[in-house]
Design a protein around this ligand. Structure first.
Ligand code: PLP
Length: 384
């Protein structure tokens, strides 16, 4: 499959028709166990659902092909994937360098869960290469990158960070949830491992929770696979199947998400009600040049800073009709959120706290004119 281009791989990798019936769509193997032909004689390696399931295997093949990795593992959620990766490759005393704008749940995993098991982390501004070098210690094993980041859409130079990590004997892990592999492929830029919340753009329809770890080579596969098997946070067959189905339209969806987000960002940049527009596709964005180099499109996420402050931002988030007020992102329908009280409530008062005047938009694939009209009526409503 790797000789085909992205859109073709997204549809065909891991998706061979059912060999028994010719069904074009591989079935959902809703089965917890598999018959053995003799003791220990497994058919195709399948034994028990926690170790492997054919529907999950299809998704894992598809995920590896999307990111250009050697292997992928699929989990019950993005955070389950992160946890299995980190506990699979780290030991007490190991140190991780973490970007200062990471997903709130990732920060919470490090600060409240892994810290208790002796994993030490420090927070740095990843766009500052000297700060990253200064934060690295002899026991640093991982530099954890999220780009574009959430909710400020900061852009980190993946190739540069990977080089700094490698020079120190560490690896670079990239959370590629915001861009999706349709727009950015970190392994090809030098990263070692990619993680995803497949709940977002990969699933794409706000109907399934999931996560993935994708490996650039086989160094860590066995350790993380062992965690997955021994702890058991696997994706269920139906969930894996839904994610597989969502991925088939990823290439076209991301084109439309990007086109719509650009239209919204350009509209917002002209409106005096917004003091800041955080969108890497705008030439005025601090990370625009790096994003243009390492991404093939700027994506569907943006944040807006209300000039009138926090109360106006909260009122605006409650004033739209098409943009639904909700957590999460990456579905075909547009969402709006107030990060300080919603997605980023867990980092309030920490060094990861986000501005109080922002709303975050996950721009869907509805008609862009309708979306802008909705934001306009929202502004009119809060002005009254
Ligand atoms: C949602 C999200 C996660 C966590 O994934 P879940 O599927 O909710 O567990 C991790 N990273 C980013 C960037 C996310 O947006």
């Amino acid at each position: 499959m790797s000789e085909h281009s992205f859109a073709t791989r997204a549809i065909h990798a891991g998706q061979a028709p059912d060999p028994t019936t010719g069904a074009i769509i591989p079935p959902i193997y809703q089965s917890s166990t598999h018959v053995q032909d003799g003791i220990g004689e497994f058919r195709d390696g399948y034994e028990y659902n926690r170790s492997a399931n054919p529907t999950r295997s299809s998704l894992e093949t598809q995920l590896a092909a999307l990111e250009g990795g050697t292997r992928a593992l699929s989990f019950a959620s993005g955070l389950a994937a992160e946890d299995a990766l980190l506990r699979g490759i780290l030991a007490p005393g190991d140190h991780v360098v973490l970007g200062n704008d990471v997903y709130g749940g990732t920060y919470r995993l490090f600060a409240k869960v892994l810290a208790k098991w002796g994993i030490v982390s420090s927070i740095v501004e990843l766009s500052d290469a000297d700060a990253v070098r200064a934060a690295i210690r002899p026991e640093t094993k991982v530099v954890w990158v999220e780009t574009p980041s959430n909710p400020l859409l900061k852009v980190v130079d993946i190739a540069l960070i990977a080089e700094i990590a490698h020079a120190a004997g560490a690896i670079a892990v990239v959370d590629n949830t915001f861009a999706s592999p349709a727009l950015q492929q970190p392994l090809s830029l030098g990263a070692d491992v990619v993680v995803h919340s497949t709940t977002k753009y990969l699933g794409g329809h706000s109907d399934v929770l999931g996560g993935a770890v994708i490996f650039g080579d086989d160094r860590f596969v066995d350790d993380v696979k062992f965690q997955q098997f021994a702890v058991g946070a696997v994706s269920a067959p139906l969930d894996a199947w839904l994610t597989t189905r969502g991925i088939k339209t990823l290439a076209v969806r991301m084109r439309q998400h990007t086109e719509n987000a650009r239209a919204v960002a350009e509209w917002a940049a002209e409106r005096p009600e917004f003091a800041q527009v955080y969108y890497p596709g705008l030439a005025s964005h601090a990370g625009h040049d790096i994003a243009a180099r390492q991404m093939s499109g700027f994506g569907g996420m943006l944040s807006l800073g209300l000039a009138a402050g926090a109360d106006a931002a909260k009122a605006f988030a409650e004033s739209t009709e098409l943009f639904a007020l909700a957590e999460s992102l990456g579905g075909v329908e547009s969402l709006i959120g107030y990060p300080p009280d919603m997605t980023h409530a867990s980092v309030r008062g920490t060094e990861l706290a986000v501005p109080e005047n922002i709303v975050r938009l996950s721009v869907g694939i509805e008609d862009a004119g309708d979306l802008i009209a909705d934001l306009e009526q929202g502004l009119a409503r809060i002005a009254r």
